[in-house]
Design a protein around this ligand. Structure first.
Ligand code: ASP
Length: 344
């Protein structure tokens, strides 16, 4: 059951209104089950994070930068045509257009994002160029595409035959209904399920890495909610919502129904809670509780998951619904998949 007393204490604490309550802080600290991991380390959302982490690890294990690791790590799902929720092969919006959202953030607080970018296979790399080559943080739509082309990115058709077929199937009813934890059905090799086209409709890769120098960076990339209104932007490219990194504290990222994450500035909230002493899992849980508290009826039927890492390399996650998973990779274990805890 949702504990209102603890929620109020923690909210007041985060607002700096009362002195730290020892008992709720102890609860928060204990809620992390993950012991400190050594650097370097990379963590990312969902089962497809395993393959993404493996490529990030190639950078980290050679002493490379966390920023390069997260960019190269998320290239894997971005290029995977079987992954229908990220990059190439992503499900389109209701008009049949594949529009991609991505952002990246480094250890110096630099960040870049692209919103509703079409025709470019690796939006994360365009986001990085926005960060490094412009005075801006975000570029959207046609402007983002124009910038990408100027930077030498290739214009491609991202709508694969299977995503197009799924969209056409969806058009028959044109019902917008996000399905909870859809990636489990897509990626469960032991029990693959064929769902009607209107049901493959969300999930994002959010990745956080700490390199050998202890610097933290993060990346988040998605094709967003399938069959969304053309021009809809979720949490994933919004710094503070889908991703946030503070090199003094840690980083956080999110997945799920982005509107609820944006409303609560989710990833920033998680990092700020860690700054106040919350362990990663406890901070993620508190962010989830904000969503549930504000919209209990909505929350029953949607998924939102947060994933976080602190400066010590401790990590944790928490989701509204069961089924959220995340992948961890460090010197001890390269392909660890962890079942995230959840409210329901
Ligand atoms: N957060 C993404 C969005 O709202 C989708 C997801 O992660 O499932 O666009």
């Amino acid at each position: 059951m949702f504990n209102r007393r603890k929620f109020l204490k923690a909210s007041a604490l985060s607002a700096g209104l009362i002195a730290i309550d020892k008992s709720s802080m102890a609860d928060a600290l204990q809620a992390s089950t993950k012991k400190a991991a050594s650097f370097p380390i990379v963590i990312s959302t969902w089962d497809f994070g395993i393959a993404a982490n493996a490529d990030a690890w190639k950078v980290l294990s050679k002493g490379g930068k966390a920023l390069d690791a997260v960019e190269q790590g998320v290239w894997v799902p971005e290029a995977d045509e079987n992954n229908q929720s990220v990059g190439y092969g992503g499900l389109p919006d209701r008009d049949g257009k594949v529009t991609l959202d991505a952002c990246i953030m480094d250890e110096n607080g630099n960040c870049g994002a692209v919103l509703a970018l079409e025709h470019i296979k690796h939006p994360i790399s365009v986001a990085r160029k926005v960060m490094e080559k412009t005075p801006h943080v975000m570029l959207a739509g046609d402007g983002a595409l124009q910038f990408a082309l100027e930077q030498g990115f290739k214009k491609e058709n991202l709508l694969t035959p299977s995503s197009e077929a799924a969209w056409k199937e969806w058009l028959k009813t044109a019902k917008y209904e996000p399905v909870i934890n859809i990636e489990n059905k897509l990626y469960d090799k032991a029990a693959p399920q064929k769902l009607p086209g209107n049901q493959y409709n969300h999930d994002t890769i959010g990745m956080l890495a700490i390199d050998a120098k202890g610097n933290i960076s993060g990346a988040c990339t998605t094709s967003g909610m399938a069959y969304k209104l053309h021009g809809r932007i979720g949490d994933s490219p919004i710094i503070g919502a889908g991703l946030y990194v503070d090199n003094e504290v840690g980083g956080a990222t999110s997945t799920g129904v982005g509107e609820e994450v944006v409303r609560n500035v989710g990833s920033f909230l998680v990092v700020e809670l860690m700054r106040q002493g919350y362990a990663p899992e406890a901070a993620c849980k508190e962010a989830v509780m904000r969503i549930i508290k504000k919209k209990p009826e909505t929350a029953k039927n949607i998924q939102v998951g947060f994933l976080a890492i602190n400066k010590k390399g401790e990590y944790g996650a928490y989701a509204i619904q069961q089924g959220f998973s995340y992948a961890v990779c460090n010197a001890e274990k390269q392909d660890l998949l962890i079942k995230g805890k959840s409210y329901y």
